[in-house]
Ligand binder design. Structure first.
Ligand code: ARG
Length: 396
């Protein structure tokens, strides 16, 4: 009996060709597994394509709510930005795809999982390390990494096997998309000096002509309502994405350090993600005690780096998650975002019933309740060591 393989299937040229190629060249049966992480797309067309390519079965799993809650939600609580800028769009989706790939492998009694990544990127790392964590007994097959054929040859191969892929006027870019944003690579973008042409962008086309305000309500670190209306996390993200994106805000253009040692020019559009991250971090400035805030800020880049590096399922990441979760107990309240034509989006105000801002301590007006007499002794003791050093040792 031939081996059974579950393939993470996107519906694109590479994974479609991979279905036929593995079936022919490796004599395996391929089950195609596609996960809906909010990338959009016609799932009936994608299913039909996988079958036309030779898959023995196709599984489409709608994981949008799970992705929002268990993956994106954690990234938001951790204010996660790789190298200070990239909100981990693709890095967040790979571990959930692997989770469902492994489930499908079990359900179909498969011997191996497969992915369509090349050898130059981070996604192969995320797929394989996540599989090693969740199902160490499963073999991993990476046909695209091994096959060494050009895009032209891929297209010919698809034609030869009558795989219906629409490649005639395909995007000149390599795109990955989900609830948390859109990543754009390749083509003219490979020159870091070249400005990304406007056709690079889909989510951030500036169409709004009037300013707008959005009030985002957070409960324990997660956004739960928009302008007073309760929304599920994935719809809320979609709505913020749409509004903020219409101001042309939320683009990132950076040269990024991949895990495999390559520097790469990356363009992202993540209006919803960046707006929510900005709002969340702002609310923390009001609700987190100082030492907790400072320690959390030190750990956040580490969290982002672990996830970027494919270590979603790892002991350090789990321990950091526990810290982040505990830190969010009082991150509840409202943040007012203002968007203005010309590509502006900023926090215009914040409030919280459990905020640590105390007007009577902060004010310089008559309501002042701060005990000014306490300050004198505090400052003298705070500076006592320095004063002693200055008297005895400081060079003048
Ligand atoms: N550079 C980003 C990352 O490593 C984006 C990767 C996009 N992936 C893709 N298969 N097109 O997370």
């Amino acid at each position: 009996m031939s081996k059974k393989v579950v393939l993470a299937y996107s519906g694109g040229l590479d994974t479609s060709v991979a279905v036929r190629w593995m079936t022919e060249e490796m004599n395996v049966e391929v089950v195609a597994v596609a996960a809906d992480v909010g990338q959009g797309g016609d799932w009936d067309v994608i299913k039909a394509r996988a079958l036309a390519a030779g898959a023995v079965d196709v599984v489409v799993v709608d994981v949008r709510e799970e992705f929002a809650r268990d993956f994106v939600g954690r990234a938001l609580k951790a204010n996660a930005l790789y190298e200070g800028r990239y909100p981990l769009v693709s890095a967040l989706s790979r571990p959930i795809i692997v989770k469902h790939l492994v489930e499908a492998a079990r359900a179909h009694g498969a011997d191996a999982v497969a992915h369509g990544c090349t050898g130059k990127g981070n996604d192969q790392v995320r797929f394989e390390v996540s599989t090693a964590a969740l199902a160490p007994d499963l073999e991993v097959i990476a046909p695209v990494r091994g096959w060494g054929i050009t895009r032209e040859q891929s297209i010919d191969y698809a034609r030869k096997w009558a795989i219906p892929v629409s490649v005639t006027k395909e995007s000149p870019y390599s795109i990955d998309q989900n609830l948390w944003g859109r990543t754009i690579e390749c083509g003219v973008l490979e020159d870091p000096w070249a400005q990304p042409p406007e056709d690079t962008f889909e989510l951030t086309r500036p169409t709004a002509t009037e300013p707008a305000e959005l009030t985002i309500t957070f409960d324990q670190g997660l956004p739960v309502a928009l302008d007073g209306k309760t929304l599920g996390l994935s719809s809320l993200i979609g709505e913020v994405d749409r509004v903020v994106g219409s101001y042309g805000w939320g683009r990132i253009d950076m040269v990024e350090n991949r895990r495999v040692g390559i520097k790469s020019r990356e363009v992202y559009e993540c209006p919803g993600a960046l707006a929510l991250l900005m709002a969340h971090a702002d609310l923390e400035s009001l609700t987190l005690e100082r030492d907790l805030a400072h320690e959390k800020a030190r750990l956040e880049p580490r969290w982002a780096e672990l996830v970027y590096d494919g270590l979603w399922y790892s002991p350090l990441k789990a321990a950091l998650d526990a810290f982040v979760e505990e830190s969010q107990r009082h991150v509840s309240g409202d943040v007012r975002l203002r968007c203005e034509p010309g590509g502006r989006c900023f926090v215009a105000g914040r409030r919280s019933d459990v905020g640590l801002y105390d007007y009577t301590l902060a004010t310089y007006e008559a309501a002042d309740a701060f005990r000014h007499e306490d300050a004198e002794g505090f400052v003298r003791l705070w500076g006592l060591g320095v004063a002693t050093w200055a008297a005895r040792q400081a060079r003048r």
